[in-house]
Design a protein around this ligand. Structure first.
Ligand SMILES: Nc1ncnc2c1ncn2[C@@H]1O[C@H](COP(=O)(O)OP(=O)(O)OP(=O)(O)O)[C@@H](O)[C@H]1O
Ligand SMILES: [Mg+2]
Length: 345
């Protein structure tokens, strides 16, 4: 039995089996014949060739779809995401990390706001045997049977909490967190998820999903770029540009630094205001945790606006992986020992 954590986000799909992990953009595209494989032209070591066939459809996935597919599929709609994306993204990740036929116990999550609505459906989609054909960059294909034995679905930001609370064998490493009232802020690509764990009990009142994700800031940037260049830049093509501070469109360089500063500080203000409103009666929170890839890029704007005892974002690790690492540790905790933690959901 293998324990696998998969965090299927609107921006990135993240997965880990404790030994190896994987991260790719949550973009699908049609698989086309590539005449010259990428690797023949350049040593694109860090970018993976993710090509899969699931239920009779062939896809390029992630960066490969972004670069090579003529039709690309990407959504920020939750229902569409569950119906058309989640299974393909999860099986792509599983096929890369797990051997054929090995029973998998899977931990994954949903945004707080969709947790009850989609929890059963998501488990139903994932549990069972799935045939996946994976094709490598040199054209070799292999069929794998992905055998998902059990799927445990938890609210997404709880992954970040378990990541801090549990060690690599799934044991409590920080008992303080179990006794405290913790507020988690998980800023992702589309959503911001807020949740409170009060001595490990889920607080309905303090938990919510809003649309204050990084995509909102990226939308403003994309609109400005369209006005200036006439080109509609897809949101998932802005990560590197925003990080580097400029983008080149048809040879022309557009500076993004001051606009990014402006939109990120606006977004951070919205997040801080949402926190103030949502947790108005929870003034007894002991610790606030900021997480998610968006939490990391917003940290410098957001942390000064938050009240209370805020645990600073750990810049030494990739904050996009916090939830999935926590999912995996939670799986270890539940299944490796047969002890159920007291997560009430
Ligand atoms: N190295 C990086 N490459 C790309 N994006 C990064 C990187 N580091 C941080 N980010 C930020 O991480 C964000 C995505 O974070 P994350 O993976 O947590 O979101 P998600 O889980 O896909 O979205 P959601 O929770 O809304 O479904 C991006 O919007 C980007 O701003
Ligand atoms: Mg997320």
């Amino acid at each position: 039995m293998e324990i696998l954590g998969i965090d299927i986000g609107f921006g990135f799909t993240k997965a880990t089996n404790g030994e190896n992990s994987l991260i790719f953009k949550s973009v699908l595209g049609d698989a086309t014949d590539i005449q010259f494989s990428d690797s023949a032209l350049a040593d694109s070591g860090e970018e993976e060739h993710l090509q899969v066939e699931i239920d009779g459809n062939s896809y390029f996935v992630g960066e490969l779809a972004e670069r090579q597919s003529s039709e690309r599929y990407f959504t920020l709609d939750q229902t569409q995401f569950v119906d058309r994306f989640i299974k393909n993204l999860a099986l792509t990740a599983a096929a890369r990390l797990v051997k054929s036929h090995i029973p998998i116990n899977l931990v994954t999550g949903l945004p707080i706001g969709y947790y009850r609505e989609h929890k059963e459906e998501l488990a139903k989609i994932l549990v069972g045997e799935h045939k996946v054909v994976i094709t490598s960059a040199n054209g070799d294909s292999e069929e794998k049977t992905i055998n998902i034995n059990r799927a445990r679905i938890i609210p997404q930001p709880w992954g970040s909490l378990f990541n801090l609370m549990l060690n690599d064998v799934g044991e409590m490493k920080d008992k303080r967190l179990v006794k405290e009232k913790i507020g988690v802020i998980d800023v992702g690509f589309r959503t911001s998820d807020y949740s409170i764990s009060d001595k490990m009990r889920y607080s309905e009142r303090g938990s919510r999903t809003t649309e204050s994700g990084i995509a909102r800031a990226f939308n403003v940037i994309a609109t400005k770029l369209r006005e200036k260049s006439g080109v509609n830049v897809e949101l998932y093509r802005l990560y590197d540009a925003v990080d580097e501070g400029y983008i080149k469109i048809r040879g022309e360089k557009f500076d993004l630094k001051s606009l990014t500063k402006q939109v990120f500080s606006q977004l951070a203000t919205s997040v801080a205001n949402e926190v103030d409103r949502l947790w108005v009666d929870d003034w007894d929170i002991d610790t606030v945790i900021v997480s998610g890839g968006g939490g990391s890029v917003l940290a410098e704007y957001l942390q000064p606006l938050l009240k209370g005892n805020v645990t600073p974002v750990d810049k030494s690790s990739d904050a996009r992986m916090n939830n999935v690492t926590g999912y995996w540790k939670f799986g270890k905790h539940v299944w490796a020992k047969g002890v159920m933690p007291s997560l009430k959901d």
